[in-house]
Design a protein around this ligand. Structure first.
Ligand code: HEC
Length: 144
């Protein structure tokens, strides 16, 4: 969890409000979450999003993600929503999401059971890159 020092907090407070803050974030609906409709993060491809969706739902590479985060990724008893538009691990960048997936979450903030590295599956680097791109996309699609 990034710790915001007082000096940083002051700098953040002084910064002009980003333009996006005017745009209300709305939870994406099922159509927005379909792989074909999802945005593609810089440095990733549509093919990765499509593969990532399959890994997330356990249809490829033995992915486990939906078991805890829910089949619609809206969270459940074991893990938080990934479509809320907020990432508390890091800054929500593709890089930060990738790191979280690789390392897991050994000490969750709000849940009892840790997220194991790669969700406990033996994902290749290519699998991790694909599912990270998918998670980035579903986390950034909200807002109309
Ligand atoms: C055993 C249950 C479990 C599995 C399986 C699992 N996760 Fe998680 N995940 C968690 C928990 C618990 C957290 C941390 C919640 C907290 O800190 O309160 C988490 C956090 C995350 C986060 C950080 C969310 C944020 O707000 O920054 C991402 C991204 C994530 N998981 C993606 C995945 C992906 C992708 C997979 C599949 C490869 C996966 N998870 C599999 C339980 C799981």
């Amino acid at each position: 969890m990034p710790y915001v020092r007082a000096s940083n907090a002051k700098a953040i407070a002084a910064a002009p409000a980003p333009k996006v803050s005017a745009r209300a974030f709305a939870e994406p609906d099922a159509a927005q979450l379909s792989p074909a409709a999802l945005p593609v993060p810089t440095g990733a491809t549509k093919e990765q999003i499509v593969l990532g969706e399959r890994i997330f739902h356990g249809k490829a590479a033995g992915g486990t993600c939906s078991g805890c985060h829910g089949s619609d990724a809206r969270g459940g008893a074991q893990a938080p929503s990934l479509v809320s538009g907020h990432f508390f691990m890091g800054d929500g960048s593709l890089k930060a999401i990738t790191t979280t997936i690789v390392e897991g979450v050994p000490r969750p903030h709000d849940y009892e059971v840790p997220m194991p590295p790669k969700g406990g599956a033996s994902l290749s680097d290519a699998d991790v890159a694909a599912v990270a791109a998918y998670v980035w996309a579903i986390g950034h699609v909200g807002g109309k």
